[in-house]
Design a protein around this ligand. Structure first.
Ligand code: ADP
Ligand code: MG
Length: 673
């Protein structure tokens, strides 16, 4: 039987790399068709051809509207920020094109492609992880798993130190800080390495910070100098700005090795040779570096650790080659940053090691799968409810971030109204207590509750988060046979149908024409994304009444959430109205005495209800029992009510203002009568 080759892909914002494990068990890095280890994550959409890599990157300066780069930053949004050929493309599709190129390079080197492990920043949320898996599928790759970049880097580090084998490793446990500053993202992770055991302690990061921000600052500096000299602004000309940006990258790299560099800016037949020193670069980007230091300090605090507890400071990502990064880390930590693993290759090598680990585990080869990996969740997971003190919607966290996986947590909530017939459960991912600032990742409902349930009836919500990053949510209504289950296995973003359709265009790589016809044929208005505010019709969020998995998710760009206004058909109109106070505790206990006959057998409720924490007395707004959308009449009456209210208060305000002016300046502001 042929051995399945463990393959790891580092799908980076700026560069991607591929590694595999050879027969001798060593990780090797694959060279692309251009003979290089790093493939620029840039896609050129020609009319009849899709080109990925160096050539595409070079084309960015000449044909910027045909080139897509920094796409990883847009994962989780419905579309890539810049239109290509004037058309909006989903980021997954562009990432799929990059992965297709990597697949071809793997095929060329190994003769075939087996299943792969793809890496993502630890800070990526469910939606972005799912998008990455979808992109791989569109490229025709089979995913073994997705692994966090710092975990992969730690694996590569562990390999060199012998930590991956429980017998050959040093006996000492080691706490490492992985500082990964790439082109587009910053990741900070604390890990514990013990023989045969790699454990993530905590992770934090910034998906909007990377070497590219340094490039932009430098390009801006050069553009200012050009404008001063020639009175023309290169920022107004995309092609000139792209060339300046490319020159800025070169100058930045030079400044990592030397103390001065120059960059050329050209536009409209004029040119400037702009001189820059390392000191100037460091000054103009000090705030960017400070952002990484801030996250670093936050992470240590979150883990309850100090620098003296850290054994190694691992540098990952190309931007850690900048002396300012190394110096700042040295100053801050008192440690000498570790260069043991190549910052460009560590993640891909670690991904291949992880693939090897998974394959060995699958085949029952205990000798090779002799290490364990423990991850943490990088975002808190909670449920939306109503804070009884403020009566405002709040994210009640069940599994806080940085909890070791697998994790399980149960909380008791309660119904909001007398005789409530259904319960809506919205699952949120994020740290904020304000639901609007979190990502709504799933939603389910329990319907047809028995009639006559008193207000404050308990509902037990259980979250189970597996080591594989799969969240399942289970809600039960004690004393009734009602329950709902929701599996949130990366089921947001694109639909299965959408992936299959895009797969053809990505697979053919026949040029933008095929993408365009795909956009017109299949998408039109009906973009094949899972339910979103723009596309509520496609909602698989409507939980089946039998309590099966609702596969529920909603998504849009990071931080943009407007769930309440989404015209989802099971969003009860009542959700938008003021929510009556709802404090069970003692008062709930009193009303329990009058509980309906049908629930008389639910004796333990008495006792359990007594323990309902007041702060968890939350919403679960009643739905319309038949799940129909709120009637138009209701929203019209609300609009009328608001309009009349507005008019009355405006008139009152005007009169009051006039009275005040009359009082202050009686001669100027006389009463009209
Ligand atoms: P990503 O993981 O985001 O793809 P990489 O880890 O490949 O990123 O790092 C790419 C970034 O590293 C780019 O911003 C690049 O300019 C920067 N970089 C690479 N080499 C150097 C260097 N010698 N000096 C400064 N920055 C560098
Ligand atoms: Mg990287």
């Amino acid at each position: 039987m042929t051995r399945e080759i463990p393959i790891g892909i580092d799908l980076g914002t700026t560069f991607s790399a591929v590694s595999y494990i050879d027969h001798a068990g060593h990780t090797l890095v694959i060279r692309n068709a251009e003979g290089e280890i790093l493939t620029p994550s840039v896609v050129l959409f020609g009319e009849n051809e899709v080109i990925v890599g160096k050539e595409a990157r070079n084309a960015a300066a000449v044909q910027p509207d045909l080139v897509a780069q920094w796409v990883k930053r847009d994962m989780g949004s419905p579309f890539y920020t810049r239109p290509i050929h004037g058309q909006k493309l989903p980021p997954e599709v562009i990432q799929g094109c990059i992965l297709r190129k990597l697949k071809l390079d793997i095929q060329r080197t190994l003769g075939r492609v087996d299943r792969v492990v793809v890496t993502v920043p630890a800070y990526f949320d469910e939606i972005r992880r799912k998008g990455t898996a979808d992109a791989a599928e569109m490229a025709g790759l089979k995913i073994l798993d997705i692994v966090n970049e710092p975990t992969a880097a730690a694996l590569a580090f562990g390999e060199t130190l012998g930590y991956l084998s429980p017998t050959g490793a040093p006996q000492k446990e080691m706490t490492i800080f992985a500082y990964d500053l790439g082109g587009g993202t910053f990741d900070a992770t604390l890990l514990k390495l013990a023989p045969g055991d790699i454990r993530t302690l905590a992770t934090d990061g910034d998906v909007m910070l990377g070497g590219h921000d340094w490039d932009l600052r430098l390009a801006d500096f050069a553009a200012d100098a050009f404008q001063k000299q020639h009175g023309l602004d290169p920022r107004k000309n995309p092609a000139a700005m792209n060339r300046t940006l490319a020159a800025a990258v070169e100058a930045k790299h030079t400044l990592s090795a030397r103390v001065r560099a120059s960059l050329r800016v050209e536009m409209a037949g004029r040119a400037s040779e702009v001189q820059i020193t390392r000191e100037q670069l460091e000054e103009m980007t000090a705030d960017l570096l400070e952002r990484t230091s801030y996250t670093t300090r936050q992470l240590l605090a979150a883990a309850g650790l100090e620098w003296k507890d850290i054994d190694r400071l691992l540098l990952v990502g190309g931007s850690t080659r900048m002396p300012m990064v190394v110096n700042a880390l040295r100053r801050m930590s008192g440690l000498e940053p570790d260069h043991t693993v190549n910052p460009d290759e560590a993640v891909a090598r670690g991904a291949a090691l992880y693939a090897g680990y998974l394959l060995a585990k699958e085949s029952g080869d205990v000798r090779k799968a002799a290490f364990e990996i423990t991850n943490v969740n990088s975002h808190s997971l909670g449920v939306e409810g109503i804070d009884p003190d403020t009566l405002r919607k709040k994210n009640f966290v069940l599994i806080p971030r940085n909890t070791s996986l697998p994790a399980k947590a149960t909380e008791r909530f309660s119904t909001k109204m007398e005789g409530q017939r259904s319960i809506v459960l919205r699952v949120l991912e994020g740290e904020s207590t304000i639901p609007g600032e979190c990502t709504a990742i799933g939603r389910t409902a329990i319907r047809d509750l028995p009639a006559g349930l008193i207000k404050g009836w308990p509902i037990d919500v259980t979250f189970e988060y597996g080591s594989n990053g799969r969240l399942s949510v289970h809600a039960v209504v004690p004393g009734t046979s009602h329950e709902a289950k929701l599996d949130l296995e990366r089921d947001s973003g694109m639909t299965r149908e959408g992936i299959e359709q895009w797969k053809r265009s990505v697979g053919e790589a026949a040029g933008f024409n095929s993408f365009e016809s795909m956009l017109q044929d299949v998408l039109g208005i009906n973009i094949p994304l899972a339910p979103s505010i723009e596309n509520p019709e496609a909602s698989p969020l409507r939980a089946p009444t039998d309590g099966r998995s609702a596969g529920a998710t909603e998504c849009s760009g990071p931080g943009v959430r407007a769930y309440d206004s989404a015209p989802l058909d099971d969003s009860p109109a009542e959700k938008l109205s003021p929510i009556p106070p709802c404090k069970p505790g003692a008062s709930a206990l009193r009303t329990f005495a009058a509980k309906p006959q049908s629930l008389a057998g639910a004796a333990p409720l008495w006792e359990e209800a007594e323990h309902i924490p007041v702060e968890n007395t939350v919403e679960f707004a009643p739905e319309k029992p038949n799940g129909k959308p709120p009637s138009a009449g209701m929203s019209l009456s609300r609009v009328l009510f608001n309009a009349i209210g507005f008019a009355v208060f405006s008139a009152f305000g005007l009169a009051l203002g006039y009275a005040i002016l009359h009082y202050i300046m009686p001669d100027k502001f006389k009463w009209p009568w």
